[in-house]
Design a protein around this ligand. Structure first.
Ligand SMILES: *Cc1c(COP(=O)(O)O)cnc(C)c1O
Length: 392
């Protein structure tokens, strides 16, 4: 038989897979609990789900046998009306994730560099691996703020000198820096970047992709309007978190005109699908529901933070998103288990056994950290009870 695997792209043969969280159904079976008994605070999903009008609109859909409008006309108009940017700057996809992929396909040739600011969302690194890009990282500071001078050195310098930045997957002596991903508010800590720092990054000779997946939960306004004045700025938004539609996969980007022209050419023609498009339009048609759920989540973030900060072995980072990152002190009174794991990991596992799911990270810059998504008040109460039960 032929060795078909030898025909796979070499850089993909060695690539490490993206590790998503365990699917809900699988976990529910493993824990022996019904889905409705599980408090799912591990993936920043919006626990309120979409507006009832969204579900009604999908139920009424009568054109499921027809391909979606490849120009996304109605959806882009609805988004334009919502964000106040002309529709010609807007392009939608199957989640913001598809747009990250589209942007990388448009700008990256093998060896070109993607600059990342970890700890952050894992998709940018995955995308660099898929594209055989040079992956450059400029770690955030201990408080998760962006080290702008270090980014400047990485982008304008040879990327090899200096102390902080590290370089990986390099194929070329001086790889062309093409894309810089900035998540704002950042996932997993919820910090934001100020105007001055963002302007400094935009002055660099590369494209800044500002991922605003969580901006609706922030006191800071969106920067979508900046795209008109900055030809190297792309802003990504999504219905997943704001509108409780993670399962429907609808996201969009706001692009400069010289960029969007080319993206239309290389985009798969039929995303988002009909159900997602109808849902997104209906979601934007029920603004009071959106505002109400955002208000509820922001208030709950405050209440959950206050309750959590009573555990003196938890250190909370200030968050402007729908999640809170906590560092778990090694001295935390979390019962030891067989495996002698760090306290944060034990906490994650013991909570899981009690049906409460949080995200644990074992990565540089995130050692001993768990991220807890903001849920409904009853879910916060279950979380706090579970923690109290553990440390008693
Ligand atoms: C969740 C998330 C996304 C993914 O959005 P989708 O629209 O669901 O693909 C993008 N960026 C960040 C930072 C996220 O946390």
């Amino acid at each position: 038989m032929m060795d078909v695997e030898s025909l796979i792209n070499p850089h993909l043969r060695d690539m490490r897979p993206y590790v998503p969280i365990v699917p809900f159904e699988v976990l529910s079976r493993r824990l022996g609990r019904r889905p409705e008994e599980i408090v799912k605070l591990d993936a920043n999903e919006n626990p309120y789900g979409p507006s009832p009008r969204v579900c009604e609109a999908i139920a009424r859909a009568d054109a499921l046998h027809i391909y979606p409008d490849p120009d996304q006309t109605l959806l882009r108009e609805a988004i334009s009306d919502y964000i106040g940017v002309p529709a010609e700057h807007i392009l939608c996809g199957a989640g913001a994730d598809e747009l990250i992929d589209l942007i990388a396909r448009a700008f990256i040739q093998p060896g070109d560099a993607i600059v990342d600011l970890p700890p952050t969302f894992g998709m940018y690194r995955w995308e660099a691996d898929v594209m055989n890009a040079t992956y450059l990282q400029v770690p955030r500071r201990a408080d998760f703020s962006v080290d702008v001078p270090a980014v400047q050195r990485m982008v304008i310098g040879d990327g090899r000198s200096g102390d902080g930045p590290t370089i990986r997957n390099s194929h070329l002596p001086v790889p062309p820096r093409k894309l810089l991903f900035v998540t704002n508010p950042n996932n997993p800590d919820g910090s934001t970047i100020g105007d001055e720092s963002l302007r400094a990054l935009l002055a660099l000779p590369l494209v800044v992709v500002l991922d605003e997946a969580y901006v609706d939960f922030s006191a800071q306004p969106s920067r979508v309007s900046w795209v008109r004045d900055h030809d190297n700025l792309i802003v990504l938004r999504t219905f997943s978190k704001l509108a409780g539609m993670a399962g429907l996969r609808v996201g969009y980007g706001v692009f400069p005109l010289p960029v969007i022209r080319h993206l239309w050419k290389i985009k798969q023609p039929y995303t988002p699908n009909v159900a997602g498009s109808i849902a997104a339009i209906a979601a934007l048609g029920d603004r009071s529901y959106l505002h109400q759920t955002v208000r509820a989540l922001v208030a709950e973030r405050q209440r959950m933070s206050e309750l959590l900060s009573r555990f003196d072995w938890l250190r909370l980072f200030p968050s402007e998103a729908n999640f809170v990152l906590c560092r778990v002190a090694e001295t935390a009174p979390i019962p030891a288990d067989e495996t002698a794991q760090p306290a944060a990991r034990r906490l994650k596992h013991l909570l899981e056994r009690r049906g409460v799911l949080v995200r644990y990270f074992d990565r540089d810059g995130l050692r001993d950290c768990i991220r807890i998504s903001v849920g409904r008040p009853d879910q916060t109460d279950r979380l706090i009870e579970a923690i109290e039960g553990l440390v008693k």
